[in-house]
Design a protein around this ligand. Structure first.
Ligand code: SF4
Ligand code: ZN
Length: 469
């Protein structure tokens, strides 16, 4: 396969390339745009014009530098061995293949897709969606030889994206609906995915009926279909082995898999806990489940939420903590679909520990949550800080309140021990910003559920050194 006719280099080596706002020519989709999507559909050969690329809306070269646009990417494929169950996994490759292009940064999936095209790429002549479509079609056929014909359609303005967006949402919903019909106990095989290892080398997703992949785009049916057609590919079977802890969702097969795939870095996973041996998170999780020590409960925030969450941290700050293939107790990358699973974080207390969600998430999952619990989960519309949340939980009699007496007794017991040791203060979750030179930039330090022990704290003002005249 040759890309000589493409004006920028193409290859896996460019995955992970970051394009900052000031380096970008245009931004497509992402949090500033309401409607955008990417979708793959399996068609019959007669419905595909192999190699055809269609653009509805302005092309790249017609877009103003620095502007943001909606984007819809529809990849349609055909081949005698293809089946509809493969669509979601093929669709996930849009992320990977776009990132092969030197000068494109692609993030997320489905209706949260987000692309940036760099100024350098456009200057070199990568100024049309025709070129991106050509790259996608070539990569699809080369990397997935069961695809024999492919065509790509781009939608690049609000009017054009509207209808296919609605169609895409309907298809995602259908996939999710089907995923809710089976459970871990109904199957004897789990699946894994390592598509994100180029960004997070120690991360591997475990995909079971009750825990869909954290990117939300690959469910158990999708993974099964992909592993069947390409058993040596990025999606593979995980024989569960022995169940070591049913509540936690700990299996010998999963532990062996993660040990091998993380190169020994991680050797134990509790599928249904965000607090002990949590599933690793790469970077494409749809939402984060975070522990709120002050109320002994959990919050959920999704990546579309632009404000700070109830713990005072924005999604981006928590995402930095959560991602990268680490196991980070208290911060767990999850899919929206997993929230409605009957096994949702059941080792930590399950859905009843959820005390706060941003409204966008609550609206999406509300109809599937227990009717009596739903009105007791606060959103940004009811409370905006922890003290108000505490009061709200008491007022609505949220089940978490019952755990407080127990937690307090435990804390008191522990406090006695600390007093014997010295002055140790439980801090909960604390965020502090350390400004950079000149008061701008800097970095943020997050201390999670920490206890600080110090004989003395000295805070000293540092006077800036003046230059000698
Ligand atoms: Fe695969 Fe998981 Fe990445 Fe989704 S988040 S593409 S399932 S590794
Ligand atoms: Zn990922």
């Amino acid at each position: 396969m040759s890309f000589e006719d493409i004006p920028v280099p193409i290859g896996p080596v460019y995955e992970g390339e970051r394009i900052r706002a000031k380096q970008m020519y245009v931004e497509l989709g992402g949090p500033k745009m309401e409607k955008h999507f990417e979708l793959c559909r399996v068609k019959s050969a007669k419905d595909i014009k192999d190699g055809q690329i269609t653009i509805h809306g302005p092309d790249l070269k017609d877009m103003e530098e620095g502007s943001t646009h909606p984007i819809g990417i529809l990849v349609e494929v055909a081949g005698p061995e293809l089946e509809v169950d493969l669509e979601a996994v093929f669709e996930r490759r849009i992320h990977e293949f776009c990132n092969f292009v030197n000068g494109i940064m692609h993030l997320n999936q489905r209706y949260t897709n987000w692309l940036r095209i760099s100024k350098t790429a456009v200057e070199k002549g990568f100024n049309s969606f025709q070129l991106l479509g050509t790259v996608l079609i070539r990569l699809y056929k080369a990397e997935l030889p069961i695809i024999e014909q492919a065509q790509v359609t781009f939608y690049t303005n609000e009017k054009e994206v509207e209808k296919p967006y609605e169609m895409a949402i309907g298809i995602y919903d259908k996939r999710d609906e089907r995923a809710r019909t089976i459970h871990d106990d109904d199957v004897d095989m789990f699946y894994g995915c390592v598509l994100c290892q180029s960004f997070a080398p120690t991360h591997a997703c475990c995909i079971t009926p009750d825990r869909t992949s954290l990117c939300g785009s690959i469910n158990w049916f999708d993974a099964r279909a992909a592993a069947k057609v390409d058993p040596k590919g990025p999606l593979f079977e995980i024989p569960p082995g022995d169940c070591l802890n049913e509540l936690a969702g700990e299996y010998t097969g999963i532990n062996e898999m993660i040990k091998k795939r993380s190169l020994g870095e991680i050797d134990r996973i509790y599928l249904f806990s965000g607090m002990e041996f949590p599933h690793t998170s790469c970077g494409c999780f749809e939402a984060i489940d975070f522990y709120i020590p002050e109320v002994n409960g959990h919050g959920i925030v999704d990546r579309n939420y632009g404000d700070v969450a109830i713990n005072g941290l924005p999604f981006t700050a928590m995402a930095n903590q959560t991602g990268g293939g680490k196991q980070m107790p208290g911060f767990n990358g999850i899919s929206i679909q997993y929230i409605v699973s009957p096994k949702y974080q059941q080792y930590d207390g399950g859905i009843e520990t959820i005390v706060w969600m941003n409204k966008g998430v609550k609206d999406r999952v509300g109809e599937f949550l227990p009717k009596d619990l739903l009105p007791k989960i606060a959103t940004e519309e009811e409370v905006i800080d922890i003290n108000a949340l505490k009061q709200w939980l008491q007022d609505v009699n949220h089940p978490i309140v019952e755990t407080w007496a127990e937690a307090l007794a435990e804390e008191e017991e522990e406090e006695e021990e600390w007093e014997a040791e010295g002055a140790m203060v439980p801090m909960g979750t604390v965020g502090m910003t350390i400004p950079g030179v000149g008061g701008t930039g800097g970095f943020r330090v997050i201390l999670k559920n920490c206890k600080i022990h110090a004989e003395a704290i000295i805070i000293k003002k540092i006077e800036p050194k003046r230059k000698k005249k």
